[in-house]
Ligand binder design. Sequence first.
Ligand SMILES: Cc1cc2nc3c(=O)[nH]c(=O)nc-3n(C[C@H](O)[C@H](O)[C@H](O)COP(=O)(O)OP(=O)(O)OC[C@H]3O[C@@H](n4cnc5c(N)ncnc54)[C@H](O)[C@@H]3O)c2cc1C
Length: 421
Amino acid sequence: MRPQIFERPRTPEAVQRAVLAARQRGLIIKAVGAGHSFTGIAVAPGVLLDLSDMSGIVSVDRERSYVTLLAGTRLHQVPALLAPYGLAMENLGDIDRQSISGAISTGTHGTGAGFGGIATQVVGVTVITAAGEFRRIDEDHDPHLLGAFALGLGALGILVEVTLRCVPAFVMHELDRPEPLEEVLDGVLDRITNVDHFEFYWFPHTDIALTKTTTRLPESAKRKPLPPVGKWIDETLLSNGLYRVVCGAASAVPAIAPGFNRLAVRLTGDREYTDRSFKVLTQSRTVRFREMEYALPAEHVPAAFRAVQALIAERGWRITFPVEVRFAAADDLWLSTAHGRATGYIAVHRYWREDPTEYFTAVEAIMRTFGGRPHWGKMHTRDAASLREAYPRFDDFITLRDEVDPDRRFRNRHLDRILGA
Ligand SMILES: Cc1cc2nc3c(=O)[nH]c(=O)nc-3n(C[C@H](O)[C@H](O)[C@H](O)COP(=O)(O)OP(=O)(O)OC[C@H]3O[C@@H](n4cnc5c(N)ncnc54)[C@H](O)[C@@H]3O)c2cc1C
């Protein structure tokens, strides 16, 4: 859907003017980050604000390692911005193309049982409210509301500044190994408590898990980056180039999927390197896909995963994209998928040319039996009534939304579905 008005503000004051103008004209208005969500959550039929020109550091509190960024800053810009201060973001997801505001607004997370999603790094935000006013939420200003505004689904206001609690720059050692899937599932709950970061991928039609175990090291640790050729083969050729070709072919001839998956596992499973945190945590992903990801109480991950495995076998689907499993610490953000519970994430993907409906619907039904909560930026079919049951603070969020945006200036059809009109 095309917006009626497209604006690219360069300052928080320009955002304020845009909100006031939208209000006067009775238009709805939304900020969009990198547009990387898989749902219509960022669709802006009225006024679309592209904040790409609002990027960079606003201020740094060196004593507390708090860094305030303009809201349109992309995650891949952050390492260079933080480097002069010897700081880094505590954890990241698996790509860095998103804007900081888009990432936190949908609960973007990485992996690590001791680490929360990116929004848990937020210690303050400045928003333009529906009334067109600047409002600061942080330790000194309405601290009780930070848990809502830090992960607000774009429903509470337009973020213009985001303050992050950063950590001293660090290095990570990553060990990638193919391992027997059954053993990984049996031991995963112990394993995640013994390492800093753990995740695994399973290519359907194989019995191997590709595990990634990552250890945090001080910045002074000796780095052994992947040689550029190895990285190119892994990321450009295999993970993206060859993969794109095979996914394209498999969508026409599904029978080749199992053979390709076995080959992919053999070729990509094994590597070890040590590098700066953001280089280890994020990768490049250029093959287009659709994704659904569910957050479950961590202890249910092995059983839920086995149910997905059984489903794929029973239905005889040929799936080229892997199933991905990650973990995060419990947090207290009102609409965080990890709210109040140590969490495991199970993500399913399909190549963009393949219709994901049947697969995702069946997986979603399984996830719901395990108390699953869908990622806010990825595909799912839940509505407000069913999400209310999944989030103890759902009604608090709606009450706050009624207070700060009574006219639903920041609504769109997706938000009407998941939060109610
Ligand atoms: C290839 C790929 C890999 C991904 N990997 C991960 C991953 O590892 N972990 C994970 O959890 N997710 C992952 N995601 C999902 C992604 O992180 C989220 O969908 C995220 O919201 C995208 O950020 P964005 O900047 O593109 O936001 P958009 O999609 O542009 O916007 C998302 C929401 O944020 C709101 N928003 C944006 N800017 C503002 C603002 N200034 N003020 C108020 N609201 C705002 C929008 O209105 C919308 O509601 C991935 C997605 C892709 C395509």
